[in-house]
Design a protein around this ligand. Structure first.
Ligand code: HEM
Length: 460
């Protein structure tokens, strides 16, 4: 890979907004309120200096980790000893069924092995024109004569456009409007943490679903089943993600996915891959808006690689600086800033004993800003991702998770974010507004109240 460096001293680098930690003497009421409003603010401050902390919380022992060895121990070495957090299971299972994101044990293994090849690089190249089309849409909407425009919602539309068309490239028999409406309701439900969700309850206690959510789930499931039936009825299942899911086989057993697996995987891809990508792009634009030199670098790279047009699949792979900017945005603002797991058996975290039922919080936000592992950790420095400087330890950069359950869509996401960032900056200059920027964790790490920025066509 080519080395791209902007070569600036640390003092010249932009220091973007960070999460304000909770007061050390905050009472229980305040803590519980914060858990809902911004759980990241409740992370013990010491996680930014040490890499492990353990203490009781709401009747359970909770282990907090912010070091690569601890993370590796949980997500790689002992990954089968840990299940996804009860909160995540409670919120996601009613909608995602037993799809790969929530499945465990043999069901997860079988699905993961079958789904993984869908995301091979050579298969993803076919989605580049779709990503380019989405970037053109974004440019048309962002081009606002320098007036402030809220980009988080707008980028959500753009990444939804990509994932929905990547799943269903043909619209025969598909009511895209109804599907969009159903998805909106379902995604809002997934993102809605209720007080009752925070109370430790046995997993068999059902999470009540409002009638409109049940209806939306029905709309989506019927549409997906109809598309699956239509594709199965013809010889060519198409080369979109649905077509790939219909044709992939477990290389050992030769078995494919069941229709229910496929249906639930489709919604999983939307749930896992659309808001995460939109929020990554939102932070990337905020960072470059405050760093004109970096912006000029990305623009110059775009001009060299694809000129006044748009990248093809080969050129998309040459957008090195744009990718470095996205990687740095993912370090500073990991869309999933912490993950929870529950010990399914007695186990250990890098040699420390853990009992069955204990919880662990993998605090990627703290790991990504830990001074032991990063120079000037709170500064925006895309150069740290060039091949000469990027960290060797894979467990330092955790935006896509790690170990056997790492994100299957990481390459897809890197491709779409680097194409959109590069194409937008090749046509528009982005500038900050002067409002307060506050990162809050509301399922993903979002800017509180949105992210207004100003975009202007730059002089040719
Ligand atoms: C910037 C964008 C993205 C980020 C930051 C992200 C982050 C993550 C993370 C942290 C995990 C691990 C969760 C855990 O271990 O509990 C994960 C898993 C997953 N992601 Fe992504 N993701 C992104 C985009 C996508 C896209 C575009 C797709 C699909 C099209 C996708 C599909 C999945 C799936 C299916 C899993 C579950 C894998 C398994 O459990 O085996 N993600 N993602």
């Amino acid at each position: 890979m080519q080395t791209v460096s902007l070569g600036r001293p640390a003092e010249a680098l932009f220091e973007p907004a960070h999460v304000q930690p909770m007061d050390a003497d905050a009472g229980w009421r305040q803590r519980i309120e914060l858990l809902r409003a911004n759980p990241l603010a409740t992370l013990p401050d010491r996680l930014f200096r040490e890499t492990y902390h353990s203490g009781p919380f709401m009747g359970r022992q909770v282990h907090y980790v912010s070091g690569p060895e601890e993370v590796r121990s949980i997500l790689h070495e002992n990954f089968m000893s840990w299940g996804k957090s009860p909160l995540i299971m409670r919120m996601l299972k009613p909608i995602l069924g037993d799809a790969v994101f929530v499945a465990h044990g043999d069901s997860w293994k079988r699905q993961r092995k079958t789904v993984q090849p869908t995301f091979l690089k050579r298969r993803l190249d076919r989605f580049v024109p779709l990503m380019v089309e989405a970037a053109e849409l974004a440019i048309a909407q962002l081009d606002h004569d320098g007036k402030p425009i809220e980009i988080h919602a707008l980028l959500n539309e753009v990444t939804f456009f990509i994932i929905e068309r990547a799943l269903f490239s043909t619209s025969s028999g598909l009511d895209r409007g109804a599907l969009r409406e159903a998805f909106e309701i379902l995604l809002a439900e997934i993102g809605n943490v209720r007080f009752s969700d925070l109370i430790p309850a046995p997993q068999w206690v059902p999470r009540l679903m409002a009638p409109r959510v049940r209806r939306a789930l029905g709309v989506f499931r019927r549409a997906a089943e109809d598309q699956i039936n239509r594709r199965r009825a013809v010889a060519d299942p198409c080369t979109d993600l649905l077509g790939l899911l219909l044709s992939v086989r477990d290389e050992d057993t030769g078995e494919g996915l069941s229709d229910t697996d496929i249906r639930d995987t489709l919604i999983t891809f939307v749930a896992a891959g659309h808001e995460t990508t939109a929020v990554a792009l939102t932070w990337a634009f905020y960072l470059v808006a405050n760093d004109p030199a970096c912006q000029a670098g990305v623009r110059a790279e775009a001009e060299t690689v694809f000129g006044a047009g748009a990248p093809d699949a080969d050129q998309a792979g040459q957008l090195h600086l744009a990718r470095q900017v996205v990687e740095e945005a993912l370090r500073l603002y990991p869309p999933a800033p912490m993950l929870g797991r529950r010990a399914l058996e007695d186990t250990q975290i890098a040699g420390r004993k853990v009992r069955k039922g204990d919880m662990v919080l993998l605090a990627f936000y703290a790991l990504h800003r830990h001074p032991e592992f990063w120079d000037h950790p709170d500064r925006f420095d895309p150069d740290r991702w060039n091949p000469d400087r990027r960290p060797n330890n894979r467990y330092l950069s955790m935006a896509f998770g790690g170990g056997p359950r790492a994100c299957v869509g990481a390459q897809f996401a890197m491709m779409e974010t680097s194409i959109i960032l590069s194409m937008v900056l090749s046509r528009l200059t982005v500038m900050p507004t002067h409002g307060k920027v506050e990162p809050v964790m509301q399922v993903t790490l979002r800017p509180k109240g949105g992210m207004p920025l100003r975009f202007e066509r730059h002089a040719a």
